[in-house]
Design a protein around this ligand. Sequence first.
Ligand code: HDD
Length: 739
Amino acid sequence: MAKKPTSPQGTDKSAANRKPFDPAGPDIGGETPSKTSPLPKDAAISVSYGETQGEGGETHQVANGDVAVLTTQQGVPVADDQNSLRQGARGPTLLEDAHFREKIFHFDHERIPERVVHARGYGAHGFFELTDSLADVSRADVFQRVGERTPAFVRFSTVAGAKGSFDLARDVRGFAVKIYTKEGNWDLVGNNIPVFFIQDALKFPDLVHSVKPAPDREFPQAASAHDNFWDFISLTPESFHMIMWTMSDRAIPRSFRTMEGFGVHTFRLLDDDGNSTFVKFHWKPKQGLQSVVWNEAVKINGADPDFHRRDLWDAINGGDFPEWELGVQLFDDEFADRFDFDVLDATKLIPEELVPIRVIGRLVLDRVVDNFFAETEQVAFCTQNVPPGIDFSNDPLLQGRNFSYLDTQIKRLGSPNFTHIPINAPKCPMAHFQQDGHMAMRNPQGRVNYEPNSWGAAQGGPREDPNRGFTSFAERADGPKQRVRSDSFADHYSQARQFFISQTAIEQKHIGDALVFELSKVERPDIRSRVVSHLMNIDGTLAATVADGLALDLPAPAAAARKPLANLPASDPLSIVKNGPESFKGRKLGILLTDGADAAIFKALLAAVEGEEAIYEVVAPKIGGVTLADGTTVGAKHKIDGGPSVLFDAVAVLVSVEGAELLAKDAAAKDFVTDAFAHCKFIAIGAHAKPIFEKAGIADDLDEACLPLAKAADASAFIIAARALRHWPRELKVDLDAQ
Ligand code: HDD
């Protein structure tokens, strides 16, 4: 607390009687370094300089035998980091305090601009391993040797929200992969959805402006449920295939680990002779697909805004390394020519039934970052980073992206030398004549920094290699310069309909619910109506459901740029529910536990969870934990109101008679069971737990996914049942919209 001045500032008549204020005084117990209290030997303070500094592995200055001395950035040891230098104990701070100036200066400049989109993200390290050679169609070094592992870094993200927004926004997820190949970095900057909103990169700023908070009021944050977004969408019919995906549960994934990734565009692969094969890239999660429900997402954002990043961090640190298969769809010009749609149109996909996926490798994430800023924030993905053997198609969205990503890194990272930052630097040798610029860490050595030159092999520096070097596909391009959209891009609804009819009934319901929710936040009725007019071209029942949910008259179908629409068959890979996991592995059970609960049943439950390679967390009335009936003490991860059931994939309620009596009066405990029930989760109900369900008002509604946990043997039966993850028929009973 500031001392009340007893004399005018700048004078210090009583200084001689006062001791300087020392925050590491008696009540801190001597654990903070100060002149009089040296660091204890096991103090958890250390300074690590990472790869970029401390070259040559020099030892840092050491105090008291084993603890690094705090220094300035210049390496000057710091004697006092608690008090700035001042004239007298209460006098002015002195400008000559270099340590103070350096520390505050650095702090003032800590922030860099966040990404204009995909600002909120989370990264992890791992590797890509080739399991099937692609040498038949690509000369890319990374595709040659089966079994070889190549280091990789992945950053997952939401698109619209700011860096500090919440994880479970209804949004597309970025799935950006950097593979450090021996012939340069390959950045596959994809999403968890295989198509995109727009066909031409020129429209990207409009799309992004429309979804971001409105410029006058700066809200809503991380949400598409507002007039500007739906206004733009309703005037951009090409977006409707993507809209079906973003209104589906794909936009509220359970975890980064349970979503697919897609390169979206058609790329090219080139072989040694320059022959081209078209390719689309897919990441398929070994963990199976899984999403949450909207009401749950809303509550997770409050309970744990870091839900997805925490999940990834915990899984990797717990040794449960997430894994994806890399699949490719390969096709030639002949297929491209006869396909119903244009393979250069990023609002279209190629159904797996037409071009099956060939699995060629796996991506494993096995290491969290050491420093979020250095790695996750500073990683710079650029779509134009492809090694020899991979090339671009003429997709106008991809062509525009190839300009945008390089450009944005200068803004964010402040220098053309962002490639010198370790996370961005290739792990293969580099040799070029690019030099200088802000923060240059590597510059050419010697006299020669140009080519051609006549200084010979020893001094003349690197030379190009027409055989090994990157070559583009020698595609012939011709035609008048013009601003046109090819007619082959004109069908905006057929694949949107295909997506919709490929969903299970519950997934279709969720799409309808999402559209009603989003449009109910749109203030202008004409925008709502215009959206529904597009839905009329996709599915009449969906359009009618949404119109009914909004109490809107059914509008006439929007004028379609191309008719008739293709009658495409349903495709199972498009559904999440049809591609769910086969076990409870990697999922989390929440156990609501009280003092006096049955110890044998609790232990059986833990054994069943462990047997399934799943995890559990205990939720208890007090964070200190509980004492079971046999006297065993169990620690709690959450106090009841800090551990709502939305954080778990399934829940168990294991309580004593007294515990049930207590919790039946507690709103958070009642929410715990009603939410688990409303979100269609599997619930294990201990012998004494009934009063909680009665007081919560759901005792009479319990169904076959609410299983008894009355004896130890019930535990494994419950975990086996919970493999289904959700009991969807229940939703039709608990949701007014479905009745
Ligand atoms: Fe983009 C970031 C994915 C279209 C311009 N984009 C960014 C990221 C992902 C994608 C995953 C985050 C990368 C990271 O984690 O750092 N973007 C896509 C996909 C698209 C797409 C799958 C369509 C198929 N993007 C797109 C267009 C443009 C951009 C058409 C501009 C013309 N995207 C950017 C950007 C960002 C970006 C402004 C922001 C931060 C960054 O690049 O590094 O340049």
